[in-house]
Design a protein around this ligand. Structure first.
Ligand SMILES: C[C@@H](O)[C@H](N)C(=O)O
Ligand SMILES: C[C@@H](O)[C@H](N)C(=O)O
Lengths: 162, 162
């Protein structure tokens, strides 16, 4: 399948929420995201990884900047009632995404974006990929540079901001 | 935007690779995924989260079962030459995905899938979401049950396997 990278985008009006130490049992994710959805907070880019064996998992997700106060308001409840060890919210982030089709079959696309960010001396804090989109969270101050770099790496024309 | 969940799918011929303790500096991800791409290993679902402050990040990704031997063959090089603390490969996994449009705006879709997996007593090991797809990695033995549960939760018709 031919890889077609269609565009790159930058989003800066977002914040990253880190749920450190989520109970690793059926229902924990349902409880947290059920409560977040019930508050009307829009959630994007939920990522959970497996770390060291027996270490409770950490989940990251992004929210709109306009929902940060609401999210801060529920952090204590998530810790007290849902067994999550710690909730951290970081607004100093930006998300750079590359959008295309058929990307899964080409791990080269992801590594090309990572190489471009390295060449621009931009540190990657989060990664999330699927067949359609590759997203990286970086420091907010690096956002524009990361977008320009992604455009150059894939020889794209118009920068888009969101 | 109206949420339309189009379908659910199960993939069992995959393995999860855990890169524990990846150097948190520009270039580390580029080095690892450049080397993996150079070996012709197709990579999907790359996820990196931020855990505790100052803890080196962990990256997870999935590969095709047919690439497991090749991936095992390069684990020592990734540790010795790229500063990654540990590489673990787990084949006892399955990926259940829900595919739709306009999902970002509705964190309710993700929490509905998480609730369904809880009700089926299925533990979620990885999560990765975007506007188009929500994927969860579960134990391979839970794969079919997770797929049936996802179909029931979104009132979908045909199960699809991959
Ligand atoms: C951590 C969280 O994903 C948990 N394993 C669950 O299934 O809900
Ligand atoms: C961990 C890895 O993502 C690193 N921060 C990088 O930029 O490559």
């Amino acid at each position: 399948q031919q890889v077609v990278v269609r565009g790159a985008a930058l989003r800066k009006n977002l914040a990253r929420v880190v749920l450190e130490g989520v109970p690793d049992a059926p229902g924990a994710a349902a409880q947290v995201f059920g409560a977040v959805a019930a508050r009307g907070i829009l959630v994007d880019d939920i990522v959970q990884v497996v770390t060291a064996p027996d270490a409770p998992p950490t989940i990251n997700f992004t929210i709109d900047s306009s929902d940060v106060a609401e999210m801060r308001g529920m952090a204590d409840q998530i810790v007290a009632e849902m067994g999550v060890r710690h909730v951290r919210i970081d607004e100093d982030v930006a998300k750079v995404s590359v959008v295309g089709v058929g990307m899964r079959a080409h791990s080269g696309v992801a590594s090309r974006l990572f190489q471009a960010l390295r060449d621009a001396d931009v540190n990657i804090e989060n990664i999330s990929t699927s067949e359609i989109v590759i997203s990286c969270i970086v420091r907010r101050a690096d956002g524009e540079k990361a977008l320009r770099t992604a455009h150059a790496a894939f020889e794209l024309q118009q920068p888009t901001q969101g």
